[in-house]
Design a binder for this molecule. Structure first.
Ligand SMILES: C[S@@+](CC[C@H](N)C(=O)[O-])C[C@H]1O[C@@H](n2cnc3c(N)ncnc32)[C@H](O)[C@@H]1O
Length: 208
């Protein structure tokens, strides 16, 4: 098997995991995951005003519910690989654009959004696909790129619900800057339980 087909197979393995029963069970376990995140989104959108926004791996809207209360819902987009999550997003956050897509092939034109972000999604990308997913995110943003992910100085695989190679802590901020040296870091920090997350490190970049 060539490196390219091995890398595509690894990406597909994780996409299939999230689009099936494993992903559906995540939805049920995490229905209330977004309930303390309003303050973070209010502060972030006040400091970095945007008009059109995309979340990659939005699930049922733990972030988009707060964003859609600040922006017109028709300017709010989420993509996900799990159809059940998208149905729930339609029901729970009416009016937002909920689209099925793998993160490595975003169905949008270049610079269509003011901000493109992930929260807890890059951690589930294999080594081989991560640069492609980051490139798609940067491509689709006109101005800001945000990620909130589990941090480790060196890439570290963490065992995740019995699945092999399904969760990786990494220095995502450094990886973005190595791949896209023009990105300017505007804000970074740690999001703990008070903010509605589980010790997630975030980096907010601006494109030149
Ligand atoms: C841990 S959840 C995070 C959900 C949401 N971002 C939040 O903060 O509440 C990961 C989400 O990313 C989606 N996902 C994982 N890999 C994906 C991929 N390659 N393409 C698109 N969505 C993906 C999953 O289906 C799931 O909804």
């Amino acid at each position: 098997m060539s490196n390219d087909s091995r890398s595509a197979a690894e990406a597909k393995r994780l996409e299939q995991l999230w689009s099936g029963e494993f992903g559906n069970a995540y939805i049920e376990r995490n229905r209330t995951a977004g309930e303390h995140r309003a303050a973070f989104w209010a502060a972030t959108l006040a400091a970095f005003p945007v008009q059109r926004i995309l979340e990659v791996g939005c699930n049922l809207g733990g972030n988009l519910q707060h964003i859609a209360s600040q922006l017109p819902p028709e300017q709010v987009y989420g993509i996900d690989i799990n159809q059940q999550a998208l149905l729930e997003l339609h029901r729970l956050v009416p009016g937002v654009n909920a689209l099925y897509s793998p993160a490595r092939e975003l169905p949008f034109r270049d610079r269509w959004f003011d901000l493109v972000f992930t929260m807890g999604v890059l951690i589930h990308q294999p080594e081989t696909t991560l640069p492609l997913v980051m490139a798609e995110i940067v491509r689709c943003s006109r101005r800001y790129v945000l990620c909130g992910e589990y941090y480790a100085e060196q890439t570290t695989e963490i065992s995740y619900r019995g699945e092999h190679a399904a969760l990786f802590k990494r220095d995502y901020g450094r990886i973005y800057q190595e791949l896209f040296p023009d990105l300017q870091l505007r804000q970074t920090g740690l999001l703990g339980r008070d903010e509605g997350w589980d010790d997630v490190t975030y980096w907010l970049f601006e494109k030149p």
